[in-house]
Design a binder for this molecule. Sequence first.
Ligand SMILES: [Ca+2]
Length: 130
Amino acid sequence: MKRIMLTLVACASVLAVALSTAPAAAADPTGLRMSSRAAAGYEDCPAGYSCYFDGLNGTGAFIYADHGCDYYDLAGSGWDNRISSIYNRGSSKVFVYTGRGTSFDVHGWMPVGQRGNYNTNDIDGILVGC
Ligand SMILES: [Ca+2]
C-alpha cells in the first residue's frame, strides 16, 4: 500500500510540473491559441509554435499555432488585418495570405526558425505547412 501511495504522489508531481510549464492560452474562434499576455519581444513565443504579433518585432498581443497542415481564416477572430510580425518556432514553413474565398494571394512566408515584420496589417489567413 505504501508503494502505491508513493507512486501516486510521484505521478501527481510530474503532472503539476507539466501543467505549470504549458503556455498560458485561451481558446480562439480561428483554432489558433491566443496569449493571455502581451509579448515583450520575439523570445516570448513558446518553443515549438509559430507566433503572430500585433506589434512590430514580436511585441504586443499575440496568437500562436502548435501544429501544421492547417489553414486558419482570421475572419471574425479580431486578428484580421492585424498581424505585424511573425516568429516561426514551429517545425514547418508558415505562409500568410491576403483575401479569402476564391480570391486570395500568398502574401509571404516564414521559414522555420526565422522571424520578421509584416508591417502591412493586411494578413487575412495563415497556413501552417505540413
Ligand atoms: Ca498590428
